[in-house]
Design a protein around this ligand. Structure first.
Ligand code: FUL
Length: 693
């Protein structure tokens, strides 16, 4: 199209009486979002709630044989969940209607493994109904997590199970009002109860569910619902390849409609993909998805939740934050407090858009039309935008505040209904007559937020340095957001030295060893603290300039590992499993010989009641143990098996795995790796520890 045909001129008169030419909007470039995807993107943040039978067994995944009689949340109150999510600024809730164990939170007609046989409300309860009602009351949308993998069903793996799966989907999509998202977890197949068969069953994730017809069913029953699917056909959204709560800094909302989606595509999208598949960042407010009492002190703090916000919504993704439900049916007060304070912090950060008070000027305006002028990027409307002539792929927009203002955030949005275009941009500020670059980034998409140290400047210049086609910018925001200090990390090495650290610049730490809350009057940390035996350390980061403190970090250490010896292994590197440093990994390879044992002499006899294993944090490395046995011995000859089982979800969520057992006196431990995520003969360990009485 040439420049002259592009500008179809129609005469019109503006309110000032000056004749203006109306210029055609740019044509869409590449794939664009559907109305359903658009609606979801504008929701920005929504919650997950994880609740099932494994809430009662302290597991991450139920095996499928857990007793339905365990389910009795005597205080269950979905209105509490909805209120908390609303206070955190979320717009919807996705409930785990059925997790991998197969237990249904609604009285499904198609199975006995549901609330209808649980003591809760004498079998008359329906948690999905209560969730739907609570969402309605609080103005939230309802979403459904329905696990395709069902470790309870005798038919799982057979064609018959597909009818069962679709029957359940039909119940959920017809009886509970509008559903905004269905979530099909990618974990699928493996060991399970399967109606008593107790075996391993695998399926082909791409063909087994006949996704095309399953999707047709969803579209028919809930035309406004988006589909998240990590296990088969491309859905409307993509997983970002990690459950830690961040997507790539470069984040294209594009993939190819068919073909493989390796990790880098999940994380960064595909610059020239031919389908619109935006990123959804899912993570939990605690390390695990389900409730575990030992994580009550591990709830994400406000600075961590703000990082999550910037690394998801601030990087062109939506944010899906999980709340585990306690056995009594409520969200824990610690999670409630964090969610409330997070909601407040987001409001405080983004309530005053300083850009709206500025005068905007652009290097190029499409056809010099007022309709596409620079001020359209700061008018607070989502249906107007600043854009340039078609041939322009580099352009800048300057905001003039006419006096110095202080700020530390730059927010920008593309008008994605016309496609995602921008490939690179910088932000400069004018300080004392000199332009300085304060931030530089690649993609924008629906929303991008950049953080930088506070500056005092009179002007801001947003430079688009590269774009696939003419840039189309719907919104710019400048904010002076509060800065939150991160709680420090606390580690103990093998000799018992405690060190306290953080990534923040120039921090000061205060700590306590007597369970009291640390303040700036507590002991100041200068050098590593020598400790022995069981100890509880609490610490804060403190900024003397502002007088602000971080949230409190708490670490409980068991006996020190000073006298521990790794038996029968000459490789000195093996001691990295005891060094307290989570980034040093030791890999043990045993040729054809499986299983692989790690034997440790604790030096003295202890009353042992559990052990802890931290895998390699790089989920692609080999040797992440999924199935284990744990033995104890007094003499390194006679061994007693005290614990065995699986580390569920260890690849996607590589947390400390904590296993408890009935207490046993012993001096030697043997940790046996039976299976790993890489299917080879390697056992890898970041850390191994014990729990004593
Ligand atoms: C994972 C599951 O295996 C977890 O248990 C959890 O439900 C999470 C949201 O997805 O893949």
């Amino acid at each position: 199209m040439n420049r002259f045909s592009l500008y179809a001129i129609i005469f019109a008169f503006s309110s000032t009486g000056i004749s203006i030419a109306q210029v055609k909007a740019p044509a869409a470039f590449g794939p664009t979002p559907s109305e359903n995807q658009m609606r979801l993107q504008e929701m920005e943040s929504y919650a997950f709630v994880h609740f099932s039978l494994n809430t009662y067994t302290d597991q991450s995944w139920g095996f499928g044989n857990e007793d339905v009689k365990l389910f009795n949340p005597e205080k269950a109150d979905c209105r509490q969940w909805a209120r908390i999510c609303k206070e955190a600024g979320m717009r919807g809730i996705i409930i785990t209607a059925k997790h991998h164990c197969g237990f249904c939170l609604w009285p499904s007609k198609y199975t006995e493994y549901s609330v209808k046989n649980a003591p809760w409300k004498n079998g008359k309860g329906d948690m999905v109904r209560e969730m739907a009602d609570a969402c309605k009351e609080y103005g939230l949308k309802l979403g459904i997590y329905l696990s395709p993998w069902d470790r309870n069903s005798a038919d799982y793996g057979k064609p018959k199970y597909i009818t069962y799966f679709r029957n359940q989907l039909t119940e959920l999509l017809t009886n509970y009002g509008p559903i905004f998202e269905v979530w099909f977890d990618g974990a699928n197949g493996g060991d399970g109860y399967y109606g008593g068969a107790n075996e391993t069953r695998t399926i082909d994730r791409t063909t087994y569910y006949d996704w095309k017809n399953t999707y047709d069913l969803i579209h028919k029953l809930q035309p406004n619902c988006v589909i998240w699917n990590d296990g088969g056909d491309r859905g409307d959204l993509r997983w970002v390849g990690t459950e830690e709560g961040f997507v790539g800094e470069t984040n294209w909302s594009l993939l190819n409609a068919t073909g493989e989606v390796p990790w880098n595509m999940l994380h960064y999208g595909l610059e020239n993909g031919n389908a619109w598949v935006p990123a959804e960042v899912n993570t939990s407010i605690r390390p695990e998805w389900f409730y575990h009492p030992n994580e009550d002190s591990k709830v994400k703090t406000v600075p961590q939740l703000m990082d999550l916000y910037y690394n998801s919504i601030g990087r062109n993704g939506t944010m899906l934050l999980n709340f585990p439900i306690m056995p009594n049916g409520l969200i824990h007060p610690n999670d409630e407090k964090a969610a409330y304070e997070f909601g407040q912090a987001v409001k405080e950060s983004f309530s005053d858009n300083l850009a709206e008070k500025a005068k905007a000027k652009a290097s190029n305006v499409r056809g010099n039309s007022k309709k596409f002028g620079a001020d359209k990027a700061i008018d607070g409307r989502k249906d107007s935008y600043w854009t340039t002539n078609d041939t322009i792929t580099k352009a800048s927009l300057t905001l003039d505040f006419r006096k110095p203002i202080i700020f530390n955030r730059f927010l920008v949005q593309e008008y994605i209904r016309l496609g995602q275009r921008v490939k690179g941009f910088t932000v400069e500020v004018l300080v004392d007559g000199i332009w300085e670059e304060v931030a530089k980034a690649t993609t924008i998409g629906y929303k991008r937020i950049l953080r930088f140290p506070s500056v005092k400047a009179t002007k801001v210049r947003f430079n688009i340095t590269d774009s696939k086609s003419c840039p189309v910018i719907s919104n710019i925001g400048i904010y002076n957001a509060p800065v939150f200090l991160h709680a420090p990390s606390i580690a103990r090495n093998q000799s018992g030295e405690i060190s306290i650290s953080t990534d923040d610049i120039g921090p000061i730490f205060y700590y306590t060893l007597d369970s009291s809350e640390p303040t700036s009057n507590s002991k100041k940390y200068t050098i590593p603290i020598q400790t022995q035996g069981k100890i509880e350390v609490k610490a804060i980061t403190y900024d003397p300039a502002s007088g602000k403190s971080s949230p409190v970090s708490l670490e409980k250490f068991d006996i020190s590992r000073k006298d521990w010896k790794i038996v029968g292994i000459s490789d000195e590197k093996a001691y990295s499993v005891l060094d307290g440093n989570t980034s040093t990994i030791w890999h043990q390879r045993d040729g054809e010989k499986k299983p692989i044992d790690l034997v440790i002499d604790l030096g003295t006899e202890y009353n042992l009641c559990g052990f802890k294993y931290l895998p390699d944090q790089n989920k692609w490395s080999s040797g992440i143990i999924t199935n284990y046995q744990f033995y104890v011995s007094a003499d390194n000859k006679e061994w007693k098996l005290v614990s065995e089982g699986e580390f569920s979800n260890i690849k996607n969520n590589p947390l400390w795995q904590i296993k408890q057992f009935a207490s046993e006196k012993a001096r030697f431990i043997k940790f046996t790796a039976l299976k790993n995520t890489s299917g080879d003969d390697v056992a890898g360990y970041a850390e191994v520890d014990v729990i004593t009485r």
